[in-house]
Design a protein around this ligand. Structure first.
Ligand SMILES: *Cc1c(COP(=O)(O)O)cnc(C)c1O
Length: 652
């Protein structure tokens, strides 16, 4: 190997985001000169000097590791064929170094691609490239402030496909360049409107994820849906199934109808398109769904009506909101044009059937419970232990493998857990300058600060909380993190409340808010916390996934019986916070806060006085949850319940 060949080999390893879950590859890239936790490995490789490359070449062990990782990558890419399933999502959370996600929806999409890569599902991802990402959170004077990075696709491993698609918007066309990001064997196509031929304002359509006003959002969704379908066609791909991850990409359905409609027969075209469309809904809250006012959206629908020779009312009716005749509802559009639809937990499926009853087809909604990509979210030490004791199939959710957890004895378990807590303490110290006692019972809470998640619920029991934090004999330490959407003033006030409590004398330095919640902070937290707290207003948490990440790492869930936990809690694999039936939100919150603080007290006592019982609970949680919470299980369910039947029906 000479130095251009070495640079090329390293670039290939850095540009394929398989390193996001293959620890040996990530460690190799992290060992390069100039590597830092905030730098994408592609830029690290690009910046290697000739001298540095020569030095690396002289290191036989290093060159051997590069060759071995390159061989593994080749093997992972073997037998690639054109994708048959297009997975369309407004956000993708692949890694903190590719900041194209806001929260759970995006992380789920990233985990879906990774599991599809592991399982060789022929899938392609479709999304937008946001030049300013979501936002980075800082805390200034006790309040959240936002800053936006500038991201060049090339610096995060995107490859130019040299395809530019054009999307008709009212009065003009917008061009979007198609970038390709590799996620193992799964290509992810991201459309980028920062193209010279666009007007200045059109260039910024893809600036910020979930930024701007309604018209801006509509422009983004037109580029995502219409542009996404055109990007696939321009690359010569013709997937049989289009999977809409939430309704944002719903316009893809209209673009597909446009291709097959003839003689103005919309119903016939719809039934053709419906054969290949599937839809996953992610929110049980009507306000959480993307809707557009009639005056705004009709201008976007008119060109289709003109071309098809149908009244615009017919297209309008496809997205008609079941609860408001002046709104166009993207989830309703997706639902009416899909042959299969699902919610993301059993309870959420039930709630969704009620919520979409007004469309007349709500009762067809089934459910597939969300899972998390094990090798992305489980700490390196625990992965190594699982590989050795359970065998590598644990990461695919193999129940036989998980049955072997009894072989991990108390000593080993305590050692693994306390090293994870110490690593969290290091991250907390570096990020906040504050100490975290790794021997305390560490209780974590990290998620978007959407008000329904009730980040401040505990503060309703301020006196008992203060007593708990002041108890030096049985120490507990709370670690909180999370961002509020920049336009969500209520959410931002919750961040301020938590930050203010954390720095108050009452918190006794045992309550820490970690700013800048992202996948890196999330990983440190789900690895290092002993207890994972989740207290949404039931049943508003469609699934939730952070608790699944914690569970795989041996963190025990203490949660309202909502989302995934409602179906997986068995009385002994964690704790349930009793929900109140009180109609009055204040009384309900007060009752649930009391239930919560009482459980936390008994968990603390078990942790400090009955460690063997606590350890057995962790093993029991692994045994019962390990087979059910992985993204591998989830993608297998999508294969058997959604993709395969859809592929078969389209073939026949
Ligand atoms: C897992 C994850 C989420 C989703 O957490 P929920 O429990 O579903 O709220 C959000 N953000 C990040 C960065 C995550 O890693």
């Amino acid at each position: 190997m000479d130095s251009p060949a070495l640079r090329e080999a390293l670039h290939r390893l850095a540009a394929n985001h398989r390193w996001a879950w293959v620890a040996s590859c990530r460690d190799l890239l992290a060992s390069l000169p100039g590597a830092a936790q905030s730098r994408h490995p592609v830029t690290v490789v690009a910046d290697l000097s000739a001298g540095q490359l020569d030095q690396l070449l002289a290191d036989e062990v290093f060159v051997g590791r590069v060759a071995s990782e390159a061989g593994d990558l080749d093997a992972a890419l073997e037998g690639l064929a054109s994708p048959q399933i297009a997975y369309c999502s407004p956000e993708f959370g692949i890694d903190a170094l590719l900041p194209q996600y806001a929260g759970g929806l995006g992380i789920l999409a990233g985990d879906h691609l990774k599991a599809a890569a592991d399982l060789h599902v022929p899938l392609v991802g479709i999304g937008l490239f946001y030049r300013n990402g979501y936002f980075e959170q800082q805390i200034d004077d006790g309040a959240q402030t936002e800053s936006y990075p500038t991201i060049d696709p090339v610096d995060v491993g995107a490859m130019d496909t040299h395809v530019v698609v054009r999307v008709p918007l009212p009065g003009r066309h917008v061009a979007a360049r198609v970038w390709r990001i590799d996620v193992g064997r799964i290509p992810l196509l991201l459309l980028d409107t920062h193209v010279a031929e666009n007007s200045e304002s059109d260039r910024s359509i893809g600036d910020r994820l979930y930024g701007g006003d309604r018209a801006h959002r509509l422009d983004q969704e037109m580029v995502l849906g219409v542009g996404g379908a055109r990007a696939l066609a321009a690359l010569g791909w013709d997937p049989t199934v289009h999977h809409l991850n939430e309704g944002h990409a719903g316009f893809i359905a209209l673009e597909l109808i446009d291709r097959v409609i003839s003689g103005g027969d919309l119903p016939a075209a719809m039934s053709k398109v419906r054969q290949g469309l599937v839809f996953t809904t992610h929110t049980p809250v009507p306000a959480g769904i993307d809707c557009f006012d009639r005056d705004l959206v009709v201008r976007y629908l008119e060109p289709w009506a003109g071309r098809w020779g149908v009244p615009v009312e017919e297209i309008w009716a496809l997205g008609l909101d079941p609860d408001d005749e002046h709104r166009f509802n993207m989830a309703a559009l997706a639902l009416r044009l899909s042959s299969r639809a699902n919610g993301v937990s059993k309870l959420h499926g039930e709630v969704s059937r009620g919520m979409f009853a007004g469309t007349g087809i709500g009762d067809e909604i089934t459910s597939i419970t969300n899972g998390v990509h094990a090798r992305t979210w489980v700490g390196a030490d625990i992965q190594a232990t699982f590989d050795e004791v359970l065998g590598p199939a644990w990461a695919d959710g193999d129940a036989g493998a998980w049955d072997q957890v009894s072989a991990i004895d108390d000593g080993r378990l305590t050692y693994l857990r306390s090293s994870a807590s110490r690593r969290l303490a290091d991250v907390v110290a570096v990020t906040t300058g504050r100490d975290l006692d790794p021997d305390a019972l560490i209780i974590g809470f990290a998620r978007r600060f959407a008000p329904y998640k009730r980040a401040t619920l505990l503060l309703h029991e301020i006196e008992r909380l203060r007593d708990m934090l002041g108890d030096d004999g049985r120490p507990v330490h709370f670690v909180f993190a999370g961002k509020a959407h920049p336009q969500d003033h209520h959410g931002k006030s919750l961040v301020s409340e938590v930050v203010s409590f954390a720095s108050s004398p009452e918190a006794n330095n045992r309550f820490t808010f970690v700013p800048g919640y992202d996948m890196r902070v999330a990983r440190a937290l789900v690895e290092g916390c002993d207890i994972w707290l989740n207290n949404p207003i039931r049943p508003r948490e469609a699934s939730g996934t952070s608790g699944e990440k914690a569970a795989l790492n041996g963190g025990l869930n203490c949660s309202i019986l909502d989302g995934w936990w409602a179906e997986m809690y068995d009385g002994a694999n964690g704790w349930a916070i009793t929900s109140s039936n009180d109609e009055d939100p204040e009384l309900r919150d007060a009752a649930e806060a009391t239930a919560l603080i009482e459980i936390l007290g008994s968990i603390r006592d078990m942790y400090h006085h009955d460690r063997p019982v606590f350890s057995e609970r962790i093993r029991h949680a692994w045994r019962t949850l390990g087979p059910r919470v992985t993204a591998a299980r989830m993608v297998r369910d999508y294969m058997s319940d959604i993709y395969e039947p859809t592929l078969n029906q389209s073939r026949s």
